[in-house]
Write a protein that binds this ligand. Structure first.
Ligand code: ACO
Length: 332
């Protein structure tokens, strides 16, 4: 157990995505769309799609193993696993299955649902357990397989989403704290902007008592409204976190946003006066992978050697709920 008031460091990262790649040209064979429309409106070219034999738990475990190996610890050293996902293999949660797949016998594992803000919310949750000295080694995973829940005949949504997983290892440290600041928000009054709702049918059980039996229905989104919300709230939440961290945007080495739309990313960077070369984005290759998008892009940048130890990263997630949040941290 770490000491009360210890700081937090992110010491390892990993990611995994399904093998199959669905391109814009593939999509234009399925619905009335084009590579030109999708690329100019979203910045997306490809997305990875999970087959019936690739589960969320499996890709999460792959990402987790890479993160553990970079951190130089084993699964048996983990105290806590938080899996941010909206698309578990099992509605009761998938974190325990990941725990079993990687052999984290000492850890406690649970799921956290906050859609595309899930990874940021999970990182912040993990930091609370570390700062209070309750846990030392925490695995945070952001993973989603939204392709399970897309209406593949709806061009408004089916072009946007892809599947993937990203994981980080957070550890307690005696000196300093690499999580410089964070902010989290939600606004349930705008809940109907983006949903994956349960729809049930009445099933009479006995006289006067009926149950509702059904399943979840494909994603429905008011794209324009979510776009407007993101462009207004994301710069604000990052500015608030920068204020708390007592830093200016010139001190930010990398802007790392949830990869929902390249135009949203560009608009936020412009508003914060962060130049394009400091923006991390792999939306062209993966599309919107929901809770996975931030660690997936960070993992790529770390492994390419773009992000270096000590770099300051301003990350922000936003999405269904509506939820949004930001975390400013030093890598490594
Ligand atoms: N191909 C061709 N035309 C299309 C397509 C498509 N794939 N999709 C929509 N269109 C059409 C529409 O029907 C519309 O036609 P109309 O004018 O004749 O009605 C036209 O294109 C323009 O539609 P808009 O919705 O205004 O397009 P917009 O420029 O807003 O782009 C988009 C749509 C990409 C969805 C954008 O609004 C967006 O990215 N919104 C934010 C999404 C987001 O950030 N989600 C985040 C969270 S996800 C989560 O939490 C799970």
């Amino acid at each position: 157990m770490s000491k009360l008031g210890a700081g937090i460091a992110i010491t390892g990262i990993g990611s995994a995505a399904p093998k199959a790649i669905l391109s814009n040209d593939h999509l234009s064979q399925m619905v009335e769309t084009s590579d030109e429309w999708i690329s100019t409106r979203t910045g997306m070219k490809n997305r990875h799609i999970a087959s019936s034999t690739e589960s969320l738990s499996q890709i999460s475990a792959r990402a987790a193993q890479q993160a553990l190996s970079m951190a130089g610890i084993t699964a048996a050293d983990l105290d806590l696993i938080i899996l941010a996902t909206s698309t578990p293999d099992d509605l009761f949660g998938s974190a325990c299955q990941v725990q079993s797949l990687i052999g984290a016998t000492k850890a406690v594992a649970f799921d956290l649902t906050a859609a595309c803000s899930g990874f940021i919310f999970a990182l912040i949750t993990a930091s609370q357990f570390i700062r209070t000295g309750v846990h030392q080694n925490v695995l945070v995973i952001g993973a989603d397989i939204l392709s399970h829940w897309v209406d593949w005949s709806d061009r408004n949504t089916c072009v946007l989403f892809g599947d993937g997983a990203g994981a980080i290892v957070c550890q307690g440290i005696e000196q300093g704290d690499r999580l410089l600041a964070f902010e989290m928000y939600s606004d349930g009054s705008q809940n109907n902007r983006l949903n994956l709702p349960y729809i049930g049918e009445s099933k009479p059980l006995v006289e006067d008592i009926e149950a509702s039996v059904g399943t979840y229905r494909p994603i429905v989104m008011n794209g324009r409204e979510v776009y407007r919300f993101a462009v207004a709230k994301v710069p604000e939440v990052i500015e608030k976190a920068m204020f708390r961290a007592n830093i200016t945007s010139e001190q930010i080495d990398w802007l790392l946003l949830h990869q929902a739309n390249r135009r949203i990313i560009d608009a936020v960077a412009q508003r914060l006066k962060i130049p394009r070369e400091k923006v991390l984005s792999n939306i062209a290759e993966y599309g919107n992978t929901s809770a996975a998008s931030i660690p997936l892009a960070l993992d790529e940048a770390v492994r390419q050697g773009r992000v270096q130890p000590g770099d300051i990263i301003a990350a922000s997630g936003f999405g269904a709920g509506l939820t949004w949040g930001s975390a400013i941290f030093k890598w490594g």
